[in-house]
Design a protein around this ligand. Sequence first.
Ligand code: SF4
Length: 225
Amino acid sequence: MKFSGLQKTSLLDYPDKIASILFTPGCNLRCPFCQNHKIAFDPQPPFLQENTALSILAERKKYVDAVVITGGEPCMHRELPKFLSKLGDQGFSVKLDTNGFFPDVLEQCLEYVDYVAMDVKTSCEKYPLLGALDTETLLHSIDILKKDTVPYEFRTTAVPDFLTSQDAQAIGKLIEGTKTYAIQQFTPQNAFDKHYQTQKPYPPEKINELCEIIAPYTEKLIQRN
Ligand code: SF4
């Protein structure tokens, strides 16, 4: 595998652990609010090769408990499960971030990960606005994670155009019965589409209202700023 970057330390990206983050190049979606669009839409060399990444992480082992694989979309890389197994061999806890559009790879990864965070970005009917042809694979991934093979969360970034009260109701139905769902505040600054760079995030009262809509569908609901 190759990577677009490695962030050596993060206290925010793995629940209760100090983590390093690896960013995979490329993404199948084209979310207009994407914050990582440089590596997602037009990944450019130099890339970090797998062996170099593993060496850097081995050196960091005394400071870091965990590795987060994010993107772009990690699961579009079919060699991902094998790479994750190598991280496990090095003694790291592994968290995988995914948009849920590659259920076959996701399923192969479960053996090697300790936590999965999967985006449920909006209602199914709005996914074409994010570049998705259909949501069949997304729904399959939701079902895979609901089997509880590994701890996981579904999560949504509260982009106003994509998380109306109606969208929240639809998302609730999609994730119904899940253990953990997280809603995270939208940060406009680095959005791909200029329109979203100036879109105001929801005020706290609206986020609370959305949480009330989704809360009946999940055991635990997390709000992130
Ligand atoms: S799925 Fe994530 S990386 Fe891909 S376009 Fe959407 S926000 Fe960007």
